[in-house]
Ligand binder design. Structure first.
Ligand SMILES: Nc1ncnc2c1ncn2[C@@H]1O[C@H](COP(=O)(O)OP(=O)(O)OP(=O)(O)O)[C@@H](O)[C@H]1O
Length: 412
């Protein structure tokens, strides 16, 4: 039993529920933060006011439990003074539809949950892991989880994006430099490898690393020591490498852009994160979760989607994946009014006619960022790349890479 006050905060819970949850649910926690209606589209408010039994998920301590809930209103005259929630384990929750929150990543996709199980196993080893997935699928979160669950968790976690820096800067960022190594090197700099000593180093967009740097990286991994730019002495380092890419590395190797020997070193354990359009069952529940987060700002309470908006969301190709979904929800939250998200509250691209999307394009993220869309976004934002990336629902790095691929000159 869970007692909820009229401000929709947890007021008390029965010893049995406390025991079932491991006692981690704190009194005073907003109910919306711990209870998510289970089919993902039913609003929490309806669950409270209608008094029907419904499926839901209790999210406690980074985990999610499938439950059946029924709310009994504690009326004080015509007003609700709070609720008693009767909570029981979900009897019918098959393993394939159970939702899970894993280190900040929510899903009910069995495929993604299989990845989580591998992460738990491999985290405890020293093996190099290569995470592949489109932009916004959660690669960095997975890298964090691998670190957090490893024996290195007390050590540092450093992340570096190999696509975001010019080659010479990337080298000194990775391996450090000695004073006077190049113009502007006014003092020694340790570099990410040394800063990640006894911890993990996350090499994001590793496929973008230039070939000559790949050779140096291989040497570092083999000798477990780095030579700073301009230096002579190798410095021993104890670092676990986690890497990510949106490109199939094998294809980069075939094209001569990536060293096979480095690929084998990096992808001892390859993980693949499915795109959002490949797990459409996640779209609406995730959208509602983001709306619940926005509710905390208190300006508006959204309860559901209109049928039209629901259809548009479910059919959208989501090239920017969950990041794009979160941005779209923020847009809808700000633009719309009242308890329902309608078609008109979604960003303009939802009402524009769309070219058909190939069923499962291999690296469709870049494909779907057609030059026209990119140009339009840049025009709309006066050339501001951060803003344009936000409009397109991709990260700044993704946009930067696309601009580079398109050879599009930009000012900022
Ligand atoms: N399954 C998920 N549940 C909740 N939030 C998610 C999920 N997947 C991604 N996100 C959110 O989407 C955003 C992007 O996640 P993350 O940075 O881990 O993706 P990425 O694959 O590393 O992206 P990029 O390649 O563009 O850097 C984050 O804000 C993250 O919280």
């Amino acid at each position: 039993m869970l007692l909820v006050d009229e401000a929709r905060k947890v007021a008390a819970l029965s010893p049995a529920l406390e025991a079932a949850l491991g006692g981690t649910l704190r009194v005073g926690t907003p109910l919306a933060r711990v209870l998510v209606p289970g089919d993902g589209v039913e609003p929490l408010e309806a669950l409270l006011t209608e008094g029907r039994e419904a499926s839901a998920h209790l999210r406690v301590g980074g985990r999610s439990k499938a439950v059946r809930v029924r709310a009994l209103s504690l009326a004080q005259g015509p007003r609700a003074a709070g609720w008693v929630l009767l909570v029981a384990p979900e009897p019918t929750a098959g393993p394939s539809r159970r939702a899970e929150l894993f280190h900040g990543l929510w899903t009910q996709s069995p495929e993604l949950q299989r990845v989580f199980r591998i992460v738990e196993k491999v985290a405890r080893t020293e093996s190099s892991v290569l995470v592949r997935g489109e932009s916004g699928t959660g690669k960095e979160h997975i890298a964090h989880a691998l670190h957090a669950l490893s024996t290195r968790t007390r050590g540092p976690f450093r992340a570096i994006n190999c696509a975001a820096l010019p080659p010479n800067l990337l080298e000194s960022e990775l391996f450090g430099h000695v004073r006077g190594a190049f113009t502007g090197a006014v003092r020694d700099s340790p570099g990410h490898f040394r800063l990640a000593d006894k911890g993990s180093l996350f090499l994001d967009e590793v496929a973008e690393m230039p070939l000559d740097l790949q050779a140096k990286m291989l040497r570092v991994l083999e000798t477990r020591s780095v030579i700073p730019v301009g230096g002579r002495q190798p410095v021993p380092v104890d670092v676990r490498i986690l890497a990510a890419t949106h490109r199939p590395l094998r294809r980069e190797v075939e094209a001569g852009r990536f060293r096979a020997d480095l690929m084998y070193r990096l992808r001892v354990v390859p993980l693949f994160l499915p795109a959002l359009r490949e797990r459409r069952g996640d779209i609406l529940p995730l959208a509602l979760r983001f709306l619940e987060e926005l509710h905390q700002r208190g300006t508006r309470r959204v309860e559901r989607f209109s049928p039209g908006a629901r259809k548009l969301l479910e059919e959208h190709p989501w090239p920017g994946n969950v990041r794009e979904l979160r941005n779209v929800m923020e847009y809808a939250f700000v633009i719309g009014e009242g308890p329902v998200v309608r078609e008109a509250d979604l960003p303009p691209e939802f009402s524009e006619p769309r070219a058909p999307v190939p069923a499962t394009p291999p690296a469709s993220r870049d494909v779907s960022l057609e030059p026209g869309r990119v140009q339009a976004a840049l025009a709309q934002t006066g050339g501001n790349r951060s803003e344009a990336a936000r409009l397109l629902g991709v990260s700044r790095v993704t946009l930067w890479r696309r601009l580079r691929d398109l050879n599009m000159a930009v000012k900022r």
